[in-house]
Design a binder for this molecule. Structure first.
Ligand SMILES: Cc1cc2nc3c(=O)[nH]c(=O)nc-3n(C[C@H](O)[C@H](O)[C@H](O)COP(=O)(O)OP(=O)(O)OC[C@H]3O[C@@H](n4cnc5c(N)ncnc54)[C@H](O)[C@@H]3O)c2cc1C
Length: 381
């Protein structure tokens, strides 16, 4: 059992950290305040290979695995969770769905530009009335003239406005519920496919979350992704990988919050000494450091299992659930350690706290993760 990153992995971690410090950190507050989605980062992320970490070089990727991928997401999120979730939605949801279930020609046409970072991807499962219960998809796909006519909408979609490629799901046979859902690839500018309402969010405000609408959108059958009726089943498998990246998002946000609290506790003096000399503050810092370590270990376990080609449904949900709940607790303690200043925008603690909350909701809420873990435990006692 190995608990250390290799030298190359460690170097990669440090280079992503430097990139985040120099290219992202100076803009974090402004992007958050104005809800600016930093599309200008895309070529820089692409140049470093950070938009295709998981994919083989033959498809424009960096040819690495989940251990490297979650390391990247953690380091980006340590500085700005908005960039972390953006890279995660692009990579382990949209691009990975095409990589796992697309035909060779779909990979050449869509995955290559996505993995090389020339195109940005989105993945639309959630609908206004089908969130946790995604099998209740109301968007319909009706066979017509050898292709499909898609009508409906998706909401809360990361990159709904800027994405060049969007993988989305529609019911091709309502009577079959989850077994009647099919995946499709949509392209920006397709007739009848358009972005809609952008959300004004509590946190991760520099990530773009908006709706997409399908109005008599004609999709050729060559854009059907995977077998007919297998869209939901395939989407659940994609979420097994995606949830490890939400664990990484959560760990990164928690790490950033912890470091800012540690720094502040050394600087801030009360009763004639730095507040980190008070045992009450030391115990908070100790709990924060321990919880982040435990979350990171669960994250790496799931990532290593994924790289070994093993099924990770339970381990991904455990990592996602634990890390996200740790993140919210750690960020709240970071605000507390900052006292009144933690409640202001002069310090980063309040933003980390706001950002952390999404981790308990996106890619399946904490309640849904507990249901998945329980189901897996009962299935394989
Ligand atoms: C910033 C952001 C980005 C997102 N990005 C994407 C994206 O790129 N693509 C995408 O497809 N989706 C995305 N989502 C959607 C996200 O995955 C959903 O919000 C999430 O799955 C929950 O669905 P819901 O919001 O409809 O909540 P609901 O399903 O309505 O849940 C409401 C509450 O009920 C609870 N609940 C529901 N069912 C049960 C049950 N059976 N037992 C116990 N409790 C239950 C939930 O846990 C929750 O507490 C994003 C969301 C946000 C906020």
């Amino acid at each position: 059992m190995e608990f250390e990153l290799s030298e190359e992995q460690q170097q990669m971690k440090m280079s992503v950290r430097e990139f985040a410090q120099s290219e992202i950190a100076p803009h974090v507050s402004e992007w958050d305040e104005t809800q600016h989605f930093p599309i200008e980062l895309q070529p820089k992320l692409a140049e470093l290979g950070l938009l295709g970490v998981l994919f083989p070089e033959q498809y424009g990727g960096s040819g690495l695995g989940y251990v490297e991928y979650v390391t990247v997401i953690e380091e980006l999120s340590r500085v700005d969770g908005s960039v972390g979730i953006s890279v995660a939605a692009h990579t382990s949801l949209c691009s990975n769905h095409i990589f796992q279930f697309g035909s060779e020609s779909q990979k050449q046409k869509y995955l290559v530009p996505l993995a090389s970072g020339n195109h940005l991807g989105a993945w639309g499962l959630t609908e206004p009335s089908a969130g946790s219960d995604a099998s209740g998809t109301r968007t319909t796909a009706v066979k017509q003239n050898g292709g499909w006519l898609v009508n409906g909408s998706k909401n809360f979609i990361t990159h709904a406005i800027h994405a060049d490629t969007c993988v989305a799901f529609a019911s091709s046979d309502r009577s079959k519920r989850s077994k009647g859902i099919t995946g499709f690839i949509f392209e920006k500018g397709m007739k009848g496919f358009s972005p809609s309402k952008k959300e004004n969010k509590l946190g991760l405000r520099a990530s773009e979350t908006a709706s997409v609408v399908f109005e008599d959108c004609q999709v050729p059958d060559e854009n059907r992704l995977g077998d007919e009726g297998m869209g939901f089943v395939n989407a659940m498998e994609i979420l097994d990988g995606g949830r490890i990246s939400i664990a990484a998002l959560a760990v990164g946000i928690a790490q950033g919050a912890y470091e800012s609290a540690l720094r502040y506790s050394a600087e801030r003096q009360q009763f004639g000494k730095p507040i980190q000399e008070f045992q009450a503050i030391q115990f908070k810092l100790a709990d924060m450091a321990m919880q982040i370590d435990a979350a990171r270990l669960l994250m790496y376990r799931a990532a290593a299992m994924k790289d070994a080609g093993r099924k990770t449904t339970k381990e991904s949900s455990m990592a996602k659930l634990f890390a996200s709940e740790v993140s919210v607790r750690v960020c709240e303690e970071a605000v507390q350690i900052h006292g009144g200043y933690g409640y202001t925008k002069d310090y980063p603690a309040e933003k980390y706290w706001r950002d952390s909350k999404l981790c308990t909701i996106g890619e399946g809420t904490s309640e849904i993760q507990r249901m998945i873990i329980a189901r897996e435990i009962l299935k394989h006692p």
